[in-house]
Design a protein around this ligand. Structure first.
Ligand code: SDX
Length: 436
């Protein structure tokens, strides 16, 4: 952080002593006002529910420019990474800060590949769930349960432990997501195969059966790999902030990532891709493109509580660059599968077109986000709708781990402990029940 020569002066109209607050500049993006001494010097807190104007940390990992619709992983634009790199190269970049050389990539891929199996005991956790349990309920349980198996890598303050925990989590998430899926359809689990790519291995664990060999479709595997890359990290979003806050207590990385899985599940966050596809199906049931106008009317009526899922974003007030890439992937996959006339894809494009011309959405700078097209392409690949967010969690695990390790590696980090503006009852005495 570079101290700025600009200072902020805080003065109070009640004659309280004014205070000078230092500013810091990042390499790009907004400067920050350092308020760490504010309470000690003024007895006052800042107030920012939802953290609209709050930087919780300094980071070198991901940068988003919401106005330009720009997303950089360690400085590299997502558009270039999505085309020139695969997901494991992106994982290496997010974890270590640089893109791997060929030999570094080979070594990293080999380490991840050799950790894709899970302990055989893990399968018994699944048996406790009903077969129709939501995969995110299962994943929250399974990821937390991993901490019970890795006592050799749960000391978050030990860099080696952080490193092996990162490799294990990246390697095992596809195996666990595929197990969660197989459990719901009553099929046997498929073990990972070490001669397949990360995404190819995942597709095989998802769709193969012991009865015949499964040949992954290269176009679909590439699309899956790109979906992983587009979801890998995204600055201090709700689930990443959850992982940081959870990890700040010194808990083990598996427990902290389980907290991130739980937070991502929400429909305002990672659950939006499932909600978006359900929304498109509902409009289709109502009558498809002809009914878009009625649906948009519902969205504009606040009392309806209906949101245009897959639209809007706390940071992007322009097009989410991931949505554009996801739409391209949609075209590729639907083309490969001969589903050009997929009614939901046509409906989504028409809905996007209408929304982008509608003053309600334009005035609120609501654009499609990563979740708007991701459901359509995953559905085309054959992923069941309830599994969409579990796949988002699979892909985001590397971002959560990289952000957690960055925090723990920062000598300045402390346990996160926000305060509050208390507006409840002032002190009063308890009356015996007979007098209440
Ligand atoms: C992800 O943070 C991240 O980086 C998240 C993520 C990541 O990679 O980690 O990018 C992944 O979570 C993407 C977002 C997925 N969620 C959805 O698609 C759900 C639908 N979107 C909304 O719930 C909403 O846009 C949020 C939650 C995404 C953003 O919420 P904000 O920033 O709090 O927006 P807001 O509520 O302040 O919206 C401003 C206005 C409001 O109207 P007014 O009160 O000004 O009249 O826009 C309206 C909102 O009601 N609005 C919407 C809307 N989103 C916002 N109206 C209709 N449909 C929507 N989708």
């Amino acid at each position: 952080m570079t101290p700025s020569d600009v200072k902020a002066t805080l003065s109070f109209s009640d004659g309280s002593p004014q205070m000078e607050l230092p500013l810091y500049k990042g390499t790009i993006g907004p400067d920050v006002i350092d308020i760490r001494k504010l309470y000690a010097q003024t007895g006052k807190f800042t107030y920012d529910p939802g953290f609209l104007s709050t930087a919780s940390c300094n980071s070198t990992i991901t940068y988003i420019d919401g106005d330009k619709g720009e997303l950089l992983y360690r400085g590299y634009p997502i558009e270039q990474l999505a085309v020139n790199c695969d997901y494991l190269e992106t994982c290496y970049l997010l974890l270590y800060g640089e893109l791997p050389t060929p030999s570094q990539k080979e070594e990293f891929v080999s380490r991840v590949t050799n950790h894709t199996m899970v302990n055989e005991q893990m399968q018994f956790f699944l048996r406790g769930f009903r077969r129709d349990a939501h995969p995110m309920a299962v994943m929250t349980g399974l990821v937390g349960a991993l901490s019970a198996f890795y006592h050799d890598s749960t000391d978050i303050n030990n860099p080696e432990h952080r490193e092996i925990a990162a490799i294990r989590l990246i390697a095992k998430m596809p195996t666990l997501v595929a197990m969660a899926y197989k459990y719901t359809i009553g099929q046997p689990y498929i073990y990972p195969k070490n001669d397949l790519s990360y995404a190819g291995n995942f597709m095989r664990m998802m769709f193969a059966t012991p009865c015949e060999e499964y040949k992954p479709n290269d176009v679909l595997v590439r699309a899956m790999d790109r979906i992983f890359t587009l979801h890998a990290d995204h600055e201090q979003n709700a689930s990443t902030s959850t992982v940081r806050l959870c990890g700040s207590s010194g808990t083990n990385p598996f427990a902290a990532i389980a907290a991130g899985v739980a937070c991502l599940w929400g429909p305002a966050h990672g659950g939006a891709n499932e909600a978006c596809l359900n929304m498109l199906n509902d409009i289709q049931q109502m009558g498809g493109v002809a009914k878009i106008g009625d649906f948009i009317k519902q969205v504009k009526d606040k009392s309806s509580n209906v949101k245009l899922m897959g639209f809007g974003h706390r940071v992007y007030k322009n097009y989410d660059p991931r949505a554009k890439l996801m739409r391209e992937t949609c075209h590729e996959v639907l083309g490969e599968l001969g589903l050009h006339d997929d009614p939901l894809f046509k409906l989504a494009m028409e809905l996007e077109k209408i929304a982008l011309e509608d003053e309600y959405f334009v005035a609120r700078k609501l654009y499609p986000n990563v979740d708007f097209y991701s459901g359509i392409v995953q559905r085309a690949i054959g992923i069941p709708v309830p599994l969409f967010t579990a796949i988002f969690a699979l892909a985001r695990t590397v971002g959560w781990i990289a952000q957690l390790n960055e925090m723990i590696g920062d000598p300045e980090y402390k346990i996160g402990r926000p305060r509050q503006l208390f507006v409840g009852a002032t002190k009063r005495d308890v009356k015996p029940i007979a007098q209440r």
